[in-house]
Design a protein around this ligand. Structure first.
Ligand code: ATP
Ligand code: MG
Length: 249
């Protein structure tokens, strides 16, 4: 409920688009099925994501309207923890909305936000406004964290050879299946968890961080996620789910 209110506020301020509200509803549905908690495979993906961000030469966190409304402060804190740049990148881009999102991030403590006036480079294979990125940010990045991204763009970033870390509650979306590391968790839970892992992994050698990434298998994590959902639904089926504590009249 708190999340919905944040999005509605973002919508009224012109930070969130109507399509963003629909995407949130789709996310809520999957979160309900997961039990609104971080499941074990997501934790493994969050740890691998932290290792990838720490080892990256040019890590970037890509921010859209929903992410800015739900988790601006967490984006800023994570960026600081792993030394990543923050870039506004919008599916439905207008210059006004990009500037408003930068404003939200600056109010949350960001010192620099790319992707507004400097979004002069283009990502091949995407049409017009969706492909505009900053030459100092996503264009140059080796690792990009994309909370709530669209499938086409995830695929385009992968084709450019980038490591793409997606946060998406839908394990079946094209984004989830195309990403290098897929975190099936709510963005508001995922970002602080990645940050906690990053703090912990700072004590590791680069070799040990590399080992975490090398041992990480995204396909296996997605399968584990589907299995978790199946088992949860099976166990609810066996227990019964009727709200039999409600008065009958
Ligand atoms: P794709 O293009 O990847 O196949 P899609 O078209 O169904 O997916 P988009 O609108 O492009 O979806 O992306 C939004 C995605 O973000 C959805 O899959 C939705 O489940 C997910 N999502 C929405 N809100 C959240 C949230 N708070 N945390 C994590 N994921 C979320
Ligand atoms: Mg899509």
């Amino acid at each position: 409920m708190v999340l919905r209110e944040k999005l509605v506020k973002g919508f009224k301020e012109g930070v969130v688009v109507p399509e963003g509200l629909i995407a949130h509803g789709r996310g809520e549905c999957f979160d309900y099925i997961l039990g609104e908690e971080t499941i074990a495979p997501a934790l493994k993906a969050e740890k691998a994501a932290a290792a990838a961000l720490l080892l990256a030469r040019h890590p970037v966190i890509s921010v859209n309207g929903n992410t800015a409304s739900l988790a601006a402060e967490e984006v800023v804190k994570l960026a600081e923890e792993v030394g990543a740049k923050i870039e506004v990148n919008l599916f439905y881009r207008t210059e006004e909305r990009a500037a408003k999102i930068r404003e939200v991030l600056m109010r949350a403590g960001a010192k620099e936000v790319l992707g507004v006036e400097d979004a002069t480079a283009t990502i091949p294979e995407l049409e017009s406004e969706r492909r505009r990125v900053s030459p100092e940010g996503i264009l140059k990045a080796d690792v990009v964290l994309v909370p709530l991204e669209d499938g086409d763009r995830t695929e385009a970033l992968r084709r450019l050879g980038k490591t793409v870390i997606a946060v998406d509650l839908n394990p079946l979306s094209r984004t989830s299946r195309a990403a290098s590391i897929t975190i099936v968790d709510n963005v508001v839970r995922a970002l602080p968890k990645i940050r906690a892992f990053a703090r912990e992994l700072k004590g590791y050698t680069d070799k040990d961080k590399r080992k975490i990434i090398d041992e990480y298998d995204n396909e296996a994590i997605l399968k584990e996620t589907l299995r978790h959902i199946k088992e949860r639904l099976d166990s609810l089926t066996q227990q019964g789910i009727s709200l039999n504590l409600l008065p009958r009249n």
